[in-house]
Write a protein that binds this ligand. Structure first.
Ligand code: ADP
Ligand code: MG
Length: 608
């Protein structure tokens, strides 16, 4: 079967507030599938033009007949891939581009009508189709995992246990690269998946806040595994198709060039970019091999966690699309041109997708064989080195290639194993087999248990959870005074909510109601006192603790201060007070983008 090229789309967003204020010029033009860019410094120089599968013009508004809405982007890219997934192919969408160019808007979007991104629209379609086609003969199951790759470490966004420590990326001779212990949760409805996405995004914010970083420096990888089981009514034989839908919001591409411009970024090291740089190298190597019409000799998949995990999606068994997000503004000319070049290279990659027919049945068969072989091997080594509680050693990082392993079950080709290695591999294979044999009911129970654990943990941290569980978006209690978290990333902004209870709410590191971390946060940092005022309104006072740095609206506070709705307290993690005295219009918070959140961002970055 001949491969299909990676589908490549570019999309240009409207000017943001700052660009409008600076009277930026639009340097990107689109006509049909062609995208042109003009160098603002050399306007007489010929413009450069590129042709893609889609050039989405989202610079203007709905009234423009050429305007590409969220729906149009989904229908052109997402709907087609979903169709392929139902046929049993692996599919993948990668969003690439400079920070602020519109990756998250394209992938996730916002909760407002018409603004939902590709992911929520795809999930909605997926469940609509499952509901329509499910019958006594066909059954579907959907499982989700959501992880973040930051500084070459993988974090599970769906389990509280995933916080902090990184998960190990391993390679199994039959499964290929995978993340050990990454939770894969069973979902039965759009509501379920929306809730998981929401809580995953919250977990991202918590981590970014704790690390004093920004989510734009991490890659978010959402995987949806769709399994369809079909029973033939005549023969009663079952067949199964499994496809993995990988939806990837990549870290901002500008880091690839400008890493190390500031002290903090330098410290975080080349690691943040290692995945993105390697992705570029992998794409170039694959594209070059395609141009020369030869089999690629060496593709550096193993050089980074991202490319190692996305190996199949890049030039392997997958139907893959990339959406490159472009800023229209003259000031971003260089970055935008480099994004266009990157997207252009990606067009040359071909993938070889195959329908994943009965992969689990085959896997279980092969795993059984592998387990039997390993047991035999261990019996030959006597006495056994490893007991049942033996702690397996860490895998070498993907950068140091593990011993070459054979493809697709040809385990006989493996190099000889030591007893310890054989024991470790046996435990690993047995664990994978147990997971594959888990019933749907067991999966649902595990998902529910994790959900409760997650909620308990978040509420322990003082984070309020949405009570309705319905659509994505932010749940804002109208009655209780609360703090909202503001993030430079508008999608993450207001994801976290901290209630201020009646009486005293303590903030700090140890023995507190709201736990914060990061530099400058004291064990006991400050406290909020909430009391009824003379006319029954709620009065909230902020009291800094001895020696703690606390700022309200940019001013250092050393004495107790009565807060107003809309106050900003950047030093305690860019939080903003909202309270109930304002029953109708919400307090002065700019909805997304410019306005006060960016004001907070500025004062925040000044701390670094
Ligand atoms: P990225 O994820 O690439 O860093 P975002 O998706 O967060 O960038 O976009 C930055 C800002 O621009 C956000 O406020 C977002 O809502 C807005 N934006 C991006 N693309 C569009 C678009 N096509 N239409 C309207 N607003 C957009
Ligand atoms: Mg983003």
């Amino acid at each position: 079967m001949s491969g299909a090229s990676v589908t490549v789309a570019v999309r240009v967003r409207p000017f943001n507030t700052r660009e409008t204020q600076q009277q930026s010029k639009c340097v990107v033009q689109m006509c049909g599938n062609t995208t042109c860019i003009t160098n603002p410094k050399l306007p007489n120089d010929s413009t450069k033009s590129f042709t893609f599968d889609h050039s989405f013009w989202s610079h203007t508004s709905e009234s423009d007949p050429h305007f590409a809405s969220q729906l149009r982007v989904y229908e052109s890219i997402g709907a087609e891939l979903l169709l392929q997934a139902f046929h049993g192919y692996n599919v993948c969408v990668l969003a690439y581009g400079q920070t602020g160019a519109g990756k998250s808007y394209t992938m996730m979007g916002t909760a407002e009508p018409g603004q939902r991104g590709l992911i929520p629209q795809l999930c909605e379609d997926l469940f609509a189709r499952v509901a329509k086609e499910g019958s006594s003969e066909v059954s579907f199951s959907v499982e989700v995992s959501y992880m973040e790759i930051y500084c070459e470490r993988v974090r599970d966004l769906l389990t509280p246990r995933g916080r902090g420590g990184g998960l190990r990326v391993r390679e199994h001779p039959l499964l290929g690269p995978y993340v050990q212990d990454l939770s894969r949760l069973a979902v039965t409805s759009l509501g379920d998946i929306a809730e998981l996405l929401d809580s995953g995004n919250k977990a991202r914010t918590v981590a970014a806040t704790a690390m004093n970083a920004s989510s734009s420096r991490s890659h978010a990888v959402l995987s949806i595994v769709l399994s369809q089981r079909r029973r033939d009514p005549l023969s009663q034989l079952c067949s199964e198709k499994v496809s993995r839908i990988s939806l990837v919001d990549l870290a901002g591409s500008e880091r690839a060039d400008h890493a190390g411009t500031s002290g903090l970024r330098l410290k975080e090291g080349a690691n943040i970019n290692k995945s993105l740089t390697t992705l570029g190298k992998v794409i170039s190597a694959l594209a070059e091999a395609q141009n020369k019409r030869k089999k690629p000799d060496f593709i550096p998949y193993r050089d980074s966690v991202l490319t190692w995990l996305l190996k199949e999606n890049l030039g392997g068994n997958s139907r893959t699309a990339m959406i490159a997000a472009l800023s229209p503004a003259d000031i971003n000319y260089e970055e935008t041109l480099s994004t266009l070049r990157y997207a252009d290279r990606t067009r040359h990659i071909r993938c070889h997708a195959v329908v994943n027919e009965d992969p689990n049945a085959r896997l279980i068969r092969e795993l059984r064989r592998e387990v039997a072989r390993l047991r035999e091997l261990l019996r030959a080594h006597a006495p056994p080195l490893a007991g049942p509680d033996h702690e397996p050693p860490n895998d070498p990082p993907p950068a140091e290639p593990p011993p070459p392993t054979a493809v697709n079950g040809a385990t006989e080709l493996l190099p000889p194993l030591s007893a310890a290695e054989a024991m470790e591999r046996l435990q690993e294979s047995e664990r994978i087999m147990a997971e594959l044999n888990e019933t749907w009911e067991q999966k649902l129970q595990r998902t529910e248990a994790l959900r409760m654990e997650r909620e308990a943990l978040l509420s322990e941290m003082g984070v309020a959870l949405r009570e309705d569980g319905g659509t994505m978006g932010v749940f804002t209690p109208k009655k209780t005074p609360h703090l909202v978290n503001l993030n430079e990333d508008p999608l993450m902004s207001e994801c976290l909510l901290y209630h201020i209870k009646d009486g005293v709410t303590r903030v700090g590191r140890v023995d507190v109601d709201i736990k914060l971390s990061g530099p400058h946060i004291e064990d006991q940092h400050c406290l909020f006192r909430s009391q009824p005022g003379p006319i029954g309104e709620v009065v909230v006072t902020l009291e800094p603790c001895e020696g703690a740095e606390v700022y309200v609206n940019g001013q250092r506070v050393t004495e107790p201060l009565e807060l107003q709705s809309g106050c900003r307290t950047p030093r305690t993690g860019r939080r903003q007070l909202r309270s109930r005295e304002s029953p109708s219009p919400p307090p002065p918070v700019a909805p997304g983008g410019a306005g006060s959140p960016s004001g907070c961002t500025r004062s925040h970055s000044a701390e670094r």
